[in-house]
Design a protein around this ligand. Sequence first.
Ligand SMILES: Nc1ncnc2c1ncn2[C@@H]1O[C@H](COP(=O)(O)OP(=O)(O)OP(=O)(O)O)[C@@H](O)[C@H]1O
Ligand SMILES: [Mg+2]
Length: 264
Amino acid sequence: MKDDLSPVKIEFVNFGVSYRSEKAGSPPLSALENVALKVYDKRILSVIGPSRSGKTSLLRSINRLNDLHASFEHSGEIFIDGAPVYGGADTDVTELRRKAGMVFARPVVLPLSIYENIAYGPRLMGRSSKSELDATVETALKDAYLWEEVKDRLGSPAAALSGGQRQRLCIARVLGMRSGIIMLDEPTSALDPVSTAKIEETLTALKNKYCVILVTNNVKQAARVGDETAFFLMGKLIEYGDTAKIFTTPRDERTENYITGRFG
Ligand SMILES: Nc1ncnc2c1ncn2[C@@H]1O[C@H](COP(=O)(O)OP(=O)(O)OP(=O)(O)O)[C@@H](O)[C@H]1O
Ligand SMILES: [Mg+2]
């Protein structure tokens, strides 16, 4: 299990998500129920579970991307570094989304150069000196394991990169914003095995500096990459703990059935 050097970065306390139905009179759809979960800094948490088990809802609740859905409702609380994500009257949602950056399944880049894909966000936040932006871009690309492949063509369109490279650029974009939390929602589902292996290698290196949450529909990937693993089923956290333990001696029969491919 974790060592004592990794502090709790995110804590879910009795957290729930539901989406109000569009149809008048229909009950709201419950997507997450009574989630109690600690996510540690400088670790990778793998989140697994079948379709519609609430994995994406969990991620999007952390940086309040779910607020963009009018039907979204939450209960309970999430704390980041001890501060409430929902309860704090003065929560700065823009700042929250900077702190907890997101990488999606499709590697969508901005229609700009490789350099500008990373520099764009920091510049908007007022970090505009050329030397600082150059340093930010270089560090982000190095940490995303992309620097060697692109350092001679930073001014070229990002759209010309391969899918796997674009996904690493999406990771670099989050790093350039100095996010402490990197959330990835099935980041390799559109990639070939070689590109997938590169992303996994990148994530494993990133955990030296960041808190990483990886939602994946690939249980082998969860086992390879995660320090801890959380298994969700129909909105409930069924089992959570040390990845090796979950994959060798799961406590719950439903976890075992899922990781051995009997459903999902
Ligand atoms: N914006 C929304 N409005 C209404 N219902 C939603 C919304 N987003 C998710 N849901 C519902 O919440 C439940 C959980 O969905 P969620 O996307 O969190 O699951 P998931 O585990 O990420 O699934 P998948 O593996 O298919 O991506 C589902 O029943 C889904 O239909
Ligand atoms: Mg999802």
